[in-house]
Design a protein around this ligand. Structure first.
Ligand code: PAF
Length: 284
């Protein structure tokens, strides 16, 4: 496995083409390994970047305590035949970085975490510019992040292929995330209720007749409110639970057959997100 720790080393094109970048903040879990496998499946050499990006954390967020486990991460990547890793120094990445502004920052996580996506897009753009991958892999758990990166690619990096990886879940359905490390085993089981609620909510939404738009939208809102309440009753503090058009992140208006059900909750002081895409045309 090729380990690169400086910008200078990158100038010698250490990674073998074609390669796909998997940007991460470390503390790798099996969801990340799935991203690696997906890169390989798409015939790209997987290259990970590990960088806890200070620009995407708000003043009251967990930058200092964000779980870091570099030695273990490197072992895991080696075991899974990762082609390369880039572990930059903070100064080298942030020096003269071009600050970008992300679209949809007024929605979902962007609304609750001002500046977060500007920080993400700024760093991912920087990584694309210096590492020059042919492809990149991002997980669908961070749906809004995916949209924003696709936008960045369209604007500035059209040659980079975007590969989307489905959300990896534990045996109870909890979406894997580095922040799950803040929860103990029984809390993780409790947290998996989020996915159960999303699933049964999706089931109910799919059953709604679509013949009358007004009725559909009013029923949809009742379901949304009902689940909002149910979820709060189970001890979660709902940051948002929204039903949106997955292309625009605007409120779902029955103009498309796909609906994004997106949720963020605080649970035991940990912020957890998840989402499902519902296809209203299919019954499964
Ligand atoms: O998804 C993440 O871990 C981060 O937002 C990313 C893409 C590595 C940018 O810092």
């Amino acid at each position: 496995m090729i380990i690169v720790k400086s910008l200078e080393q990158l100038t010698f094109n250490p990674f073998k083409s074609p390669f796909a970048l998997v940007p991460t903040m470390g503390n790798l879990h099996s969801g990340h390994i799935n991203l690696l496998k997906l890169a390989v499946k798409n015939n790209y050499n997987p290259v990970f970047s590990i960088f806890v990006n200070p620009l995407q954390f708000g003043p009251n967020e967990d930058l200092e305590s964000y779980p870091r486990s570099l030695e273990r991460d490197l072992d895991v990547l080696k075991e899974n035949n990762c082609h390369g890793v880039f572990i930059p120094k903070q100064e080298e990445i942030l020096e003269n970085v071009e600050s970008l502004v992300a679209p949809t920052s007024d929605k979902l996580c962007g609304k609750s975490r001002p500046g977060h996506f500007d920080g993400v897009i700024t760093i991912v753009n920087r990584l694309f510019e210096i590492i020059k991958p042919e492809a990149c892999v991002f997980g669908a758990k961070d749906f809004q992040q995916q949209l924003i990166i696709k936008h960045l690619i369209k604007q500035k990096h059209r040659h980079i292929k975007f590969i989307s990886a489905p959300t990896e879940r534990d045996e109870n359905g909890l979406a894997l995330s580095s922040r799950n490390n803040y929860l103990n085993e029984s809390e993780k089981i409790e947290a998996s209720l989020i996915f159960k609620f999303l699933s049964s909510m999706s089931f109910e939404l799919k059953l709604l007749p679509q013949t009358n738009k007004k009725n559909f939208l009013s029923e949809m809102e009742s379901i949304q409110k009902k689940y909002h309440k149910k979820i709060e009753e189970k001890g979660f503090e709902v940051d948002y639970l929204e039903l949106l058009d997955p292309k625009t992140l605007e409120k779902f208006e029955l103009n498309s057959q796909k609906m994004l059900v997106a949720i963020a909750v605080f649970f035991k002081k940990v912020r957890l997100i998840d989402n499902l895409i519902i296809d209203l045309t299919s019954s499964s």
